[in-house]
Design a protein around this ligand. Structure first.
Ligand code: FMN
Length: 477
């Protein structure tokens, strides 16, 4: 097992700087974080008709806490209120919301249909009200909804058995889901149905009051899987043009059926081969026959390298489609979590991080910066900052101030410490006891059928019955 220095121990700027240098982590930061009118993170951002009040974005964070029909429960409502109440002015998607029950990623995933539209409108209203009460005007707050078809990772029914709707046979991932035939590969007609479903969900999102929808293309779900469907025959696989047809057709449908609704895209711009635990528990790439691994969008064929040629072509396509807002992420939580949500303690049952987690953070930040440098026309939200812990504000200010991103997206830290944005912008010291430490309880819980949340710092979850159950699961060998 590899030991990594705890970020919490890096108490001074020079300790943090030394650690970055000795671990060869290419990250820079500002020593002083500014508040008030001079704060780079507090500057508004103008995007078309919107003025977005500051440079913090809440990333989509699902809670595995909807009801059987995909309606929000009290837990969902609490989470969304917390998204709204502490000051980030962009909510990029809220959480994954499926356009149909049978394409959600878990039996407690939210669903947007005619039947649930008003519930989603209520969820949005709760977020806006919380923002108004605790922060102020919502005129400079922009909230979008993430439309997510889970594709290969559909587990819609009680019990959560896999019911994949995938695009191609994958030599490693099929084995993990015990897929032995082509039955789960959806036809082009089923793809067309999925497009219709996504468009209908976007129309409903507009009716519910969301300002934009995120047509999700990340983390191994359907949109992302299209991008690597290199050996799928027919209209939706093979060439880059075919692999991006799904997005173009969804966008055309939204433009025609929901005029005025803005569109954003959250995309995994790089991917690696699936990882597995080695004999020492540390993650290692799954051996792959042949010289090149072809199923990593944004990969260089080696399985663990990056080539941004296709991601840049993807961004060019977004620009051509009149899409401005893009949220950059990488990889997939199901098979190479460490490149997507860096942490020190992995979710129970996965592998130990194979690299210093700050390196994984730096990769996400660096790739976003490179894309922004090469395609500055787009508005960027970056991901993967939570593991920076005490140093999140310092790195965030540096990357915004130097134009490496437009918005700093925050995922897990919003669960543990939603006040972080207000504390940073108002110049208050960080509340160290609320900082997300990358313990992965928020992921271990849903992997074991429990609702997600921060079981470490949020007293609300510590007092729920699931807490003891989760601790038992973690203690078990
Ligand atoms: C509990 C949990 C739920 C998540 N839910 C979603 C989701 O619904 N949609 C999505 O695109 N990403 C989701 N993510 C990924 C996060 O948005 C984010 O990319 C990741 O946690 C890295 O950012 P962070 O370091 O700020 O946490 C989730 C991550 C976690 C840990």
């Amino acid at each position: 097992m590899r030991e990594f220095r705890r970020v919490a121990q890096l108490r001074t700027a020079s300790a943090f700087r030394n650690h970055l240098s000795t671990s060869r982590v290419p990250l820079e930061f500002d020593e002083d974080v500014k508040s008030g009118p001079d704060s780079p993170l507090g500057q508004p951002y103008v995007l078309g008709d919107w003025t977005i009040g500051n440079r913090f974005a809440v990333l989509p964070m699902e809670g595995w806490d909807g009801d059987v029909e995909g309606r929000p429960t009290d837990l969902t409502k609490r989470r969304w209120q917390r998204f709204g109440l502490r000051g980030a002015k962009l909510v990029f998607g809220g959480e994954a919301v499926a356009p149909r029950v049978d394409c959600r990623a878990n039996p407690r995933g939210l669903v947007l249909t005619e039947e649930t539209r008003d519930d989603m409108a209520e969820l949005l209203a709760l977020l806006l009200r919380a923002h108004e009460e605790h922060v102020g005007s919502t005129d400079d707050l922009v909230v979008g909804l993430q439309i997510s078809h889970a594709g290969r990772y559909c587990r819609p029914s009680p019990g959560g058995r896999p019911e994949p709707k995938m695009l191609y046979r994958h030599p490693i991932l099929d084995e993990r889901l015990s897929i032995g035939s082509d039955e789960a590969v959806i036809t082009d007609e089923q793809v067309e149905q999925a497009i219709e479903d996504c468009v209908r969900a976007a129309v409903l999102a507009q009716q519910a009051g969301f300002k934009f929808v995120d047509v999700k293309h990340c983390h191994g779900y359907l949109g992302h899987e299209f991008l690597s469907a290199v050996d799928r025959p027919g209209r939706y696989g093979g060439s880059f043009d075919n692999r991006t047809r799904f997005l173009r057709e969804v966008v055309a449908g939204i433009r025609s059926e929901a005029p005025g609704l803005e569109i954003g895209v959250r995309v995994s711009v790089f991917d690696f081969i699936p990882f597995q635990a080695g004999i020492d528990g540390v993650g290692e790439p799954v051996p792959f026959p042949g010289d090149t691994y072809p199923y990593a969008f944004g990969g260089d064929g080696s399985g663990t390298g990056i080539d941004l040629t296709e991601p840049l072509a993807f961004l060019d396509m977004l620009i051509g489609l009149g899409i401005h807002l893009v949220c950059i992420t990488g990889g997939c939580g199901y098979y190479n979590y460490h490149i997507m949500r860096p942490c020190i303690i992995p979710a129970k049952g996965t592998y130990q991080p194979p690299e210093e987690p700050l390196l994984s953070v730096a990769r996400l930040i660096g790739v976003t910066a490179e894309l922004k440098r090469l395609r500055p026309q787009l508005t960027y939200v970056s991901s993967g900052f939570s593991y920076l812990q005490e140093w999140l504000p310092n790195v965030a200010q540096y990357v915004v101030r130097t134009g490496q991103t437009d918005f700093v997206g925050i995922g897990r830290m919003v669960l543990s410490y939603p006040e972080i944005v207000a504390d940073v912008l108002n110049g208050r010291p960080l509340q160290r006891n609320k900082i997300c430490r990358g313990c992965s309880r928020c992921t271990t819980a849903p992997r074991n059928g429990l609702v997600s949340g921060c079981y470490l710092t949020d007293e609300f979850y510590r007092h729920r019955p699931e807490y003891e159950q989760l601790e038992r699961i973690i203690r078990e060998q």
